[in-house]
Design a protein around this ligand. Structure first.
Ligand SMILES: Nc1nc2c(c(=O)[nH]1)N[C@H]1C(S)=C(S)[C@@H](COP(=O)(O)OP(=O)(O)OC[C@H]3O[C@@H](n4cnc5c(=O)[nH]c(N)nc54)[C@H](O)[C@@H]3O)O[C@H]1N2
Ligand SMILES: Nc1nc2c(c(=O)[nH]1)N[C@H]1C(S)=C(S)[C@@H](COP(=O)(O)OP(=O)(O)OC[C@H]3O[C@@H](n4cnc5c(=O)[nH]c(N)nc54)[C@H](O)[C@@H]3O)O[C@H]1N2
Ligand SMILES: [Mo]
Length: 570
């Protein structure tokens, strides 16, 4: 989600979806961009359907006719990697037809003129050429969005996993700001999050440039504040670190020799997995903390058996910015320990025992409250007791008598240095890799409903494996015909990084120039053998969602997948 985080910070100075989801219900127009919500965030579908029942217009932007698109009023079948051309053309059109909120733009934003100038050439006809979406459809989307009184825009990884993920995100936000539909009832914008506590993690330091409260590790004042909370010297805080894929690159360069990972299966989840495997083999020492021996942990010198969410008490923060309490249900089995106790024990053995003296999880949370105080993600007024009493509390919540903030920006006080929401120029530029004669087909990757992420948790559950036992190559009938591919025929898919064999699933719910492979499997079944390590220059997210591939049918039909063997394939 780092592209979303970076885009949100650029535009608003704060990283959180602006609304609670109940605002969706009364929105007149809803745009869902690059988010397969019915499969990946089903609880949100409920809100979208409520809005549709009230007559809302639903616009889905996705190269595939995802389940939500089947009930949409308009499906924009964007060619992967070209979203910014679409959003630029829509902004241009809103300006041409004067469907703008001048009052909001003049009083509460900056950067509009430069942003508009950057997409001057993005006409509807030009955008049709680049995105592959009929210009009448783009025009219809812009008309509906421009003329609505209330609206909501949602996006997820489909627009973010790109070497211009941040541009795509700010391109979406530009449409929201141009029409002034934020910070009022039933008007808003949100990033759909991913893993459990994806939002909470991205506020307090999962990213390598952060300190708690969404503070910046390069900002001297922020460093001083946190050093004081922790009782250390500011100079003892490290500087900005490396993002996940950059760590792999640094291992290759010999700059990193030891690695500790927790909740991470990079051999399956990072792009260009052959390159990742080589890096793991170069490490002098590798420790993994996990409750399962995942594919990457098999390369570890030492595996520490950690815990499930159900085995620990703590909090998690939802996509809406709502802090929720998690209660412990059971103890970790056998010799496994809670993740927290492992981290505390490591701290102690590294000589910092006096700094890690928490009595319980509430004491850790209370430290976070103080550490986040005054930051943009301010949790100070949120206590365990208030979370329980209110069934969750929304940050920012700066004091114990503050009610929390479900809907941001009603006060129009944005967290940027000038207090205004920022438009950011986002003209189209091509993805890191485009198709050519050798690699003529666009490949995109993502998820299916019955599998979860790197699959360590779902590939061992029989009924889920039964639903989708192996990764399949989703391909349109016309493209299949062109390459002479039959239903369930094994196809060699290759890119400049690697190759894999996947049975074809011929469906008419995907663009004719694009194939899709879900990424939940390891080893020879891994989509990430194919994906590129190209990174967004700002967010450093890899370009999981677009690269160029070659398709070679192998002349034989795949046998029925062995429903129990998927996990063993590693
Ligand atoms: N069942 C299930 N649920 C999950 C997960 C899971 O693994 N399984 N993972 C969780 C996590 S960590 C995350 S991050 C979320 C991810 O949730 P999503 O972002 O919804 O999931 P993805 O399948 O990665 O991608 C979404 C869509 O992007 C489309 N897409 C591909 N390229 C482009 C493009 O260039 N432009 C546009 N507009 N769309 C494009 C794909 O066709 C796909 O339908 O899901 C969470 N929920
Ligand atoms: N090609 C392609 N690649 C992708 C994506 C894509 O769309 N396409 N999506 C990307 C995205 S959005 C994400 S979020 C990543 C996910 O990538 P990862 O985070 O690497 O994958 P996970 O399967 O979520 O989790 C890794 C490990 O964490 C363990 N684990 C889970 N919960 C806990 C816990 O509470 N404690 C401990 N100690 N361990 C735990 C699991 O057992 C698993 O082994 O994949 C990314 N990779
Ligand atoms: Mo994710």
């Amino acid at each position: 989600m780092v592209s979303a985080g970076a885009g949100n910070k650029k535009a608003f100075g704060l990283d959180r979806g602006s609304n609670n989801y109940s605002d969706l219900e009364y929105a007149e127009v809803i745009i869902v961009a690059g988010a397969n919500v019915s499969e990946t965030f089903p609880t949100l579908t409920h809100w979208i359907w409520k809005a549709r029942d009230r007559g809302a217009k639903l616009i889905v932007i996705d190269p595939r006719v995802i389940p939500l698109a089947r009930t949409a009023d308009l499906h924009l079948d964007v060619k992967p990697g070209t979203d910014s051309a679409l959003y630029g053309a829509m902004l241009n059109y809103l300006h041409e037809k004067d469907l703008l909120d001048h009052d909001f733009i003049n009083n509460h934003t900056s950067g509009f003129e430069e942003t508009l100038a950057a997409v001057k050439t993005h006409t509807l006809s030009w955008a049709e050429q680049v995105t592959g979406i009929q210009k009448e459809k783009i025009q219809q989307a812009a008309e509906w969005w421009g003329k609505a009184k209330t609206s909501f825009l949602l996006h997820a990884r489909g627009i973010e996993h790109h070497s211009k993920g941040v541009d795509n995100v700010v391109g979406c936000i530009n449409l929201v700001l141009a029409t002034g539909r934020i910070g009022k009832p039933y008007c808003g914008y949100a990033t759909i999050t991913g893993q459990g506590n994806g939002q909470g993690g991205r506020e307090h330091g999962h990213k390598c440039d952060q300190l708690p409260g969404n503070r910046d590790i390069t900002n001297p004042e922020h460093r001083k504040y946190i050093a004081d909370v922790w009782g250390i010297e500011e100079k003892d805080l490290p500087g900005k670190g490396l993002s996940a894929y950059e760590i792999i690159e640094a291992i290759h360069r010999g700059e990193i020799k030891g690695l500790l990972t927790i909740c991470f299966n990079p051999l399956v989840s990072l792009p260009n997995s052959n390159y990742v495997r080589e890096a793991l083999e170069k490490l002098e020492y590798y420790v993994a903390i996990d409750f399962f021996l995942n594919e990457t942990a098999r390369h570890a010198d030492l595996v520490l058996a950690g815990s499930l969410q159900e085995e620990e008490e703590g909090t998690t923060t939802s996509a809406e910015g709502r802090v929720i309490k998690i209660n412990k249900a059971i103890d970790p089995p056998g010799d496994a320990k809670t993740d927290t106790s492992i981290i505390l024990e490591l701290a102690s053995r590294l000589g910092a025992k006096d700094k890690f003296t928490y009595e319980n999880s509430e004491a850790i949370f209370n430290e976070l409250r103080v550490a986040s105080k005054g930051g943009t993600a301010d949790y100070y007024g949120i206590t365990y007791q208030r979370i329980v009493e209110n069934m969750g509390m929304f940050w920012p919540c700066p004091s114990l008598d503050h009610p929390g903030t479900p809907r941001l920006w009603e006060d129009r006080k944005f967290k940027t240095p000038d207090g205004k929401a920022h438009f950011n120029p986002a003209p189209y530029r091509p993805p890191g890799e485009v198709t050519d004669n050798e690699y003529p087909v666009v490949l995109t990757t993502g998820r299916v409903v019955s599998q979860y992420l790197s699959g360590t948790q779902t590939r061992r559950i029989g009924k889920l494996v039964g639903q989708y036992p192996e990764p399949q190559l989703e391909i349109h009938p016309e493209l299949a015909l062109k390459f002479g591919i039959e239903q369930r025929e094994v196809v060699k898919v290759s890119t400049r990084r690697g190759e894999g064999l996947f049975p074809a699933n011929i469906v008419d719910t995907i663009r004719k120039d694009t194939v899709f492979i879900p990424y939940h499997w390891p080893g020879k079944l891994s989509a990430n053998l194919l994906t590129p390590g190209t990174l967004d220059p700002v967010s450093k997210i890899p370009e999981f969602k677009v690269c160029a591939c070659k398709l070679e049918p192998q002349g034989h039909i795949a046998p029925p997948a062995e429903k129990s063997s998927a996990f063993k394939s590693s």
